[in-house]
Design a protein. Structure first.
Length: 139
């Protein structure tokens, strides 16, 4: 079996596994995908309150991952001028917008300090990147 087939199989497993990871908190708030080995919900699993465990570092880690990924992709574009990074950035922000919309639809919307900045940015950025993707594809 060649490497391409192995990676394709790995990708299918990743899509399936990560899709379950993403969907479970939307539809089964009081459980986790680890229901066989963990008796609790996602807030308890990730210590999101934050509690006394990993909660504070989790609350720092996930926003950093969310916003550091585009920083890295912009850096790669600056270094290479390869338009693939613009396409990836567009896809990334579309995914963020869709996930934000799913979270609002499944758990409701509360207009608080964070959301007044996050929602407008997460909704507008896909349109901005779509424009750049379209314009740069002409070059």
């Amino acid at each position: 079996m060649n490497t391409e087939k192995v990676f394709k199989y790995f990708s299918y497993m990743g899509v399936f596994g990560l899709s379950i990871w993403v969907i479970t908190p939307l539809v089964a708030e009081n459980t986790t995908i680890f229901f066989l080995v963990f008796d609790g919900n996602y807030s308890e699993l990730f210590d999101l309150t934050p509690g006394e465990g990993n909660g504070p570092s989790v609350m720092i880690f996930y926003p950093i991952v969310l916003y550091a990924t585009p920083v890295y992709l912009h850096y790669k574009y600056i270094r290479t001028s390869n338009n693939i990074y613009v396409s990836i950035l567009f896809d990334f922000w579309v995914i963020v917008a869709v996930l934000r919309l799913l979270s609002i639809l499944s758990k409701g919307f509360v207009w608080d300090f964070y959301m007044q900045f996050a929602v407008p940015v997460e909704i507008v950025l896909p349109f901005i990147y779509f424009y750049f993707k379209k314009e740069l594809s002409k070059v």
